[in-house]
Write a protein that binds this ligand. Structure first.
Ligand SMILES: [Zn+2]
Length: 249
């Protein structure tokens, strides 16, 4: 894999001042967000408030801090060939991959007028859910199903996957993740009815803590007609059950 920002070693940072500059970038962004009264919780997206080049600077700053973390864990990063560039890898992973939904713009999703006035419900799933818990920053892995009763606009099926990936690629708690995804889908296609089910395993329960490897968490949200019409809600859950049954055959 190729790094997207130049690697600046500690020595280089000290001698040319880049390290000093990069260490200030998060403070600069934070100040800007606070001045505009913009929320920057773990599961918020701040892409609109980043200036060109700041993400690369941020990646350098985060790498510096991860290096400090490794040193605080008393790992000999100067002599351990395995952890020599771990700080750079972790910084890149956070900002460009697993938490990209905080720092990058939403993928472009075109919506189209619902010219045929389709109003039959459909479900999409399973969509893979990859996130991290806000409490421990360890993975949450699972599946999500989305049910739609179309409204004025429609979007392509693959777009649900793209939007879900963008929303989940942030530190989350599952209860809030499902609400944020529902908000984004409503903004994109204004469905008459929307339902989302998430079933996920939390590594903070599997890997640490109670170390319960099989436990999963299931939660859902229903909006619009799915909320007001019990038979439609029932139909949504039945369609998802059928999709799950197909998976196990
Ligand atoms: Zn946790």
């Amino acid at each position: 894999m190729t790094a997207t920002v130049p690697f600046v070693s500690n020595g280089a940072a000290g001698s040319n001042g880049i390290g000093k500059l990069s260490s200030a970038v998060s403070a600069r962004i934070r100040e800007r967000l606070q001045e505009s009264g913009v929320s920057f919780l773990a599961n918020d997206n701040i892409a609109d408030h980043l200036q060109p080049g700041e993400l690369a600077e941020l990646q350098l700053e985060v790498a510096d801090k991860v290096r400090d973390l490794l040193r605080s864990l008393v790992i000999d990063i100067d002599n351990d060939h395995n952890t020599h560039e771990t700080a750079e890898r972790v910084a890149k992973m956070y900002l460009q991959e697993v938490f990209k939904g905080r720092y990058h713009q939403q993928p472009k999703v075109a919506s189209f007028p619902n010219v045929k006035q389709l109003d039959e419900i459909y479900t999409v799933g399973p969509i893979t859910v990859r996130s991290a818990c806000s409490h421990h920053l360890v993975p949450i892995m699972g599946n999500c199903w989305i049910g739609i009763k179309p409204g004025a606009r429609v979007i392509g099926l693959s777009k649900f996957t793209r939007v879900a990936d963008w929303v989940f690629s942030r530190p989350h708690i599952q209860e809030e993740a499902v609400m944020i995804l529902a908000d984004e889908i409503e903004k994109l296609c204004e469905p008459q009815g929307l339902g989302i089910i998430i079933k996920a395993q939390h590594y903070c329960m599997k890997w640490r803590g109670v170390k319960e490897p099989q436990t999963s968490m299931v939660n859902s949200v229903v909006r619009g007609d799915f909320r007001h019409d019990p038979s439609l809600k029932q139909e949504f859950f039945e369609l998802v059950r059928q999709q799950q049954a197909l998976l196990s055959t």
